[in-house]
Design a protein around this ligand. Sequence first.
Ligand code: HSE
Length: 436
Amino acid sequence: MKPIKVGLLGIGTVGGGTFDVLKRNQEEIRRRAGRGIEIVMVADLNTARATEMTGGQCEVVSDANTVVNHPDIDIVVELIGGYGIAKDLVMKAIANGKHVVTANKALLAIHGTEIFRAAQEKGVMVAFEAAVAGGIPIIKALREGLSANRIQWVAGIINGTTNFILSEMREKGLDFGTVLKEAQALGYAEADPTFDIEGIDAAHKATLMSAIAFGIPVQFDRAYVEGITKLNAVDIRYAEQLGYRIKLLGIARRTDAGIELRVHPTLIPAKRLIANVEGAMNAVLVQGDAVGATLYYGKGAGAEPTASAVIADLVDIARLATADPNHRVPYLAFQPDAMADIPVLPMAEITSSYYLRIRVADQLGVLADITRILADASISIDAMLQKEPGEGESDTDVILLTHRCQEKQVDAAIARIEAMTTVSGKINRIRMESLA
Ligand code: HSE
């Protein structure tokens, strides 16, 4: 069979890794795919660097439109990122009847519905293993390996930058700002780290996982997104004293009322395997009704780990390109005409346990007043930690862990506690999941 021909849009870190791994393992990959996979054209604005990276082994152009319009190209690999030019090029590639492989989580989390619909109409594949957790084959696992299951929830450490920062804050007792600077110096965080530290990158990935896990449309606009910028070193320390670690989790959970889709710092028991995922590594825990809990761990970024995912998609497409489009694996695991219309819940309706740090005056009856407010709101206390006031201080920290309740119950209780004259400042609330 003739080799399948690939055009690369962008040859930065991931593009370079894809080129190198495909070349290094070409024989092994051909034996798997049943035909060769050849990168025949690369588009990059920096044509000199692209020519150097490809060693003159394929045509290099500066205009990506040349690739998406080229009649010889079967698959377009989009590695430009963002949802401006990248969306335009992906839509043109689809309109031209080309299959698409992309690592672009932002593009699919926001415009996935439109892109998948266009691809369905043209009978082409859109594959995106590299978009979630880099080299970990989590899309494949959710979409195919676990297809017997009713998936109950997915919880993942799906942003390496923030996991690195949280690990350093815990291990070295440093505050967020100091560690962020260190992460930038080491190249773990971008010069503009907003997408990572504000939880947006993780929310793009959680959105994609929610769609595949539950057969719902991608709905990034319904995701709750809270990053790690307001996390305090003291909360990491108190959490540890109570037997927990704080991780930025992307959570997608099915409940009777609807889907919870949320990204936020989360206390998880230190004894869970996923709590021990440190540094820039990623891990995703999936709970299915038949299989129970399964855990996927690996590198969520980097040239060759991400290339591993991109090439796996190329192999899938090489195998299935000649198959009847209606008999390929659906983009979002469920057949397009069998997607569910389950609502994504507003945060007030989700259930969780909570860590509450309350700054109180060290006076008779303060704790009794707080526990009364919680009891009135039907919130049950699971554990408590009270520190002695520091030298010369009259206020101290009380830390309460609650049992599961609805977020709106906690919101109401927090408002009442903050109104107490014996409580100063805002209560620091962090959600908590047992992941049992
Ligand atoms: N910036 C991401 C991370 C990798 O830190 O995990 C690409 O999604």
